[in-house]
Design a protein around this ligand. Structure first.
Ligand code: ZN
Length: 132
């Protein structure tokens, strides 16, 4: 298994528009796209940096993972996403090593395979794996 880079860092925000008053207006970063994911009640916006991204995650309704996260912990860093070359092989390797997953692999907002690992595996950090 080879993890080559942090693909993005996910940040839970109450409002992407409000968040951009800091990330955009003050830090001068640009939003590359906004993706609505209605079946997960999420709106996602990416900020492109050199070689990595910030993923702003806004809840579109009560009960979404981001709504529950913000209720519990407030806004802030939600997860770290590693890019992996051979996604299916990495997932089966991790399963062999008894790593626990939040859910089964699925296609994420950008059309690539993703999966989340249970934070307890990673000392409290929610880790997302994304296919290259
Ligand atoms: Zn993510």
């Amino acid at each position: 298994m080879k993890i080559e880079k942090i693909e993005h860092i996910g940040i839970a925000v109450k409002s992407i528009t409000n968040a951009m008053r800091f990330y955009g207006d003050i830090l001068n970063l640009g939003l590359s796209e906004i993706v609505d994911v209605p079946n997960r009640k999420l709106r996602i916006a990416f900020i492109e940096l050199s070689g990595t991204k910030l993923e702003l995650l806004e809840s579109m309704g009560e009960g979404s993972v981001i709504d529950r996260f913000i209720q519990k912990k407030g806004e802030g860093i939600h997860h770290i996403c590693f890019e992996v070359e051979d996604f299916d092989k990495v997932v089966s390797e991790l399963k062999d090593k008894k790593v626990e997953f939040v859910d089964e692999p699925r296609i994420g907002a950008e059309g690539k395979k993703i999966v989340f690992l249970q934070p307890k595996n990673a000392f409290g950090v929610l880790i997302e794996l994304k296919e290259k």
